[in-house]
Write a protein that binds this ligand. Structure first.
Ligand SMILES: NC(=O)c1ccc[n+]([C@@H]2O[C@H](COP(=O)([O-])OP(=O)(O)OC[C@H]3O[C@@H](n4cnc5c(N)ncnc54)[C@H](OP(=O)(O)O)[C@@H]3O)[C@@H](O)[C@H]2O)c1
Length: 224
């Protein structure tokens, strides 16, 4: 499949390299244009283009830019497509009132901007530096699971299959409105967990369950 990545930074490169390894074609993009990405193209073996090019290229799009730049993600070329959303909210880069008030999850914010796309919350609850080293083949005993949320079941299935291809199990956390369960500072955020552990922790996560920033450093999970 064609994976069109909006962004060319740490997340784009980690997920893009695993997607290429899994046999997908990848196009990277950024705000500065493809001429700024020639080194990355040569190093990774990816294609490069404008943001609109990457969105048009995509069978699956990966929105790997800061959350506060969500309006730069083009709606028209993404209509009818699966859009993977790993974006986390860091208020120090710009407060977003709907998120502050808890009226929307981060994925619902993007879904509101892309009403004709199928937005899936995925790959946000893992540190970027863990993405390549923690990837494992299907069925590996120490395989890590990641939470996924989405409103469209077909799109969620596509996203979960992609996650499997790049090295991870998935736990379905429900619809986009339930995506708060694995956003920043939630108990499962960035903690390496297997499927059973992740499913159990998501089940017991309540709206008032917030952890200190950086809590994952002290959680043992499947690295116990
Ligand atoms: N880092 C992590 O551990 C981690 C983990 C999970 C999820 N995430 C999420 O993943 C997303 C990307 O994080 P990252 O760590 O990869 O950030 P990053 O390394 O800073 O990369 C951000 C990329 O977005 C591009 N970009 C910024 N504004 C843009 C715009 N308006 N239009 C097009 N491209 C734009 C940047 O390129 P230009 O500035 O050149 O345009 C850059 O290539 C964030 O939403 C973050 O919350 C990060």
């Amino acid at each position: 499949m064609n994976i069109g990545i909006i962004g060319a930074g740490h997340m784009a490169q980690a997920v893009g390299s695993l997607a290429i390894r899994a046999g997908h074609r990848v196009m990277m993009s950024n705000s500065r244009g493809p001429q700024s990405l020639s080194g990355l193209r040569d190093a990774m073996g990816c294609e490069t283009g404008s943001v609109a090019d990457a969105a048009g290229f995509a069978d699956i799009a990966f929105a790997a830019i800061p959350l506060q730049a969500w309006r730069a993600i083009p709606a028209a070329p993404l209509e009818g497509k699966v859009v993977l959303n790993p974006q986390n909210y860091f208020p120090q880069f710009g407060r977003i009132p709907e998120l502050e008030r808890g009226e929307l999850t981060t994925a619902e914010l993007l879904a509101r901007h892309l009403p004709k796309s199928n937005v899936i919350k995925i790959l946000n609850a893992i540190l970027v530096e863990d993405i390549v080293p923690d990837a494992r083949p299907t069925g590996a005993a120490d395989r890590r699971a990641l939470p996924v949320a989405g409103d469209d079941l077909g799109a969620k299935k596509t996203a979960i299959e992609f996650l499997d291809q790049i090295g991870y199990d998935a736990v379905d956390a429900g619809m986009l409105v339930e995506g708060w369960k694995f956003e920043r500072r939630r108990p499962v955020y960035c903690v390496p967990l297997n499927t059973a552990m992740l499913a159990e922790m998501l089940t017991v996560t309540t709206p008032d369950a917030f952890m200190p920033e950086g809590h994952w450093r002290y959680q043992r999970g499947i690295r116990a």
